[in-house]
Design a protein around this ligand. Structure first.
Ligand SMILES: NC(=O)c1ccc[n+]([C@@H]2O[C@H](COP(=O)([O-])OP(=O)(O)OC[C@H]3O[C@@H](n4cnc5c(N)ncnc54)[C@H](O)[C@@H]3O)[C@@H](O)[C@H]2O)c1
Length: 257
């Protein structure tokens, strides 16, 4: 394996994405931190021990033209893309279908499902030219069950597993390995937004989490370390898999949020 890879992390301005940028840089890779908010991705890069190994790019992953510009900028910077972490995502308002405004549905599908497709589509020609590459899609426990998101989020995250499997089927034999990470409750801005949206009548989250096997929130760094493992040659036999990292949430089958 080459020593230094070029990694693209979407949603690199906060939460799991920021932790991924930090972990990949710490292991010697060069990383493009992509995000919708310029200040956030620039802060991710500025706070690195070695900011020279990273590039901040403002791009909306649901916008095909922005995605094309973003991937072009990474290739100008690095000459290749070895790893894509499709991590950017948004939560929904937890409404049942008959109350979901079409705008909410459209935005959730655009960011959480079309975004990973657009990014994969844009990096694949470079990966195919070298018959090598790794794509990691951040899905969710909401890829398997209802109630950990609302209608739009759950549908989009189920779709991310379908995308992962089809990419594996189409590109696995061509040297490109695709997998999904399926986190449970992880302490990030997105989790805080979920809690804020749910109002006052939700149970105390810390108390609920204690009912689950791990009994705590996942740390973004734990997700990032799964991503660096999946991107490594140690994971060479893992293709098309949804890797659940939820502290036993799905096994215990009750939503702590
Ligand atoms: N936190 C959890 O409990 C949890 C659980 C399961 C899955 N996830 C998934 O993990 C991923 C990362 O989320 P997080 O928890 O770190 O939350 P987060 O809100 O901290 O990070 C998401 C990032 O994506 C960026 N983003 C949003 N829309 C974008 C767009 N259109 N283009 C580019 N960037 C965009 C945001 O600016 C933000 O920096 C998401 O895909 C989310 O669905 C989170």
């Amino acid at each position: 394996m080459q020593d230094e890879r070029v990694v693209v992390v979407t949603g690199g301005g906060s939460g799991m994405g920021r932790a991924m940028v930090q972990e990949f840089v710490a292991q010697g890779d060069r990383v493009a931190a992509v995000g919708r908010t310029r200040e956030k991705v620039e802060a991710t890069v500025a706070e690195l021990d070695d900011p020279g190994r990273a590039l901040a790019i403002e791009a909306d992953v649901s916008d095909p033209e922005a995605v094309a510009r973003c991937v072009g900028a990474v290739l100008d910077w690095s000459g290749r893309i070895d790893v894509l972490c499709n991590n950017a995502g948004i939560i929904d308002s937890y409404r049942p279908a008959h109350e979901v405004p079409l705008e909410e549905w459209d935005e959730n599908i655009a960011v959480n499902l079309t975004g990973p497709f657009l990014m994969a589509r844009a990096v694949l020609p470079d990966m195919l030219s070298r018959s090598a590459g790794v794509i990691i899609n951040v899905a969710s426990t909401a890829s398997f069950s209802a109630a950990t998101g609302g209608t739009a989020y759950t549908a989009a995250k189920h779709g991310v597993l379908g995308l992962t499997r089809q990419l594996t089927f189409d590109y696995g034999k061509l040297g490109i390995r695709v997998n999904a990470i399926c986190p449970g409750a992880t302490l990030t801005g997105l989790a805080e937004a979920m809690l804020a949206d749910q109002g006052d009548d939700v149970p105390d989250v810390e108390e609920e989490l204690r009912r689950f096997p791990a009994g705590r929130w996942c740390e973004p760094r734990e997700i990032a370390r799964l991503a660096t493992y999946l991107a490594s040659d140690d994971a060479a036999f893992i293709h098309g898999s949804p890797l659940v990292i939820d502290g036993g949430w799905l096994t215990a089958a009750r939503n702590p949020l």
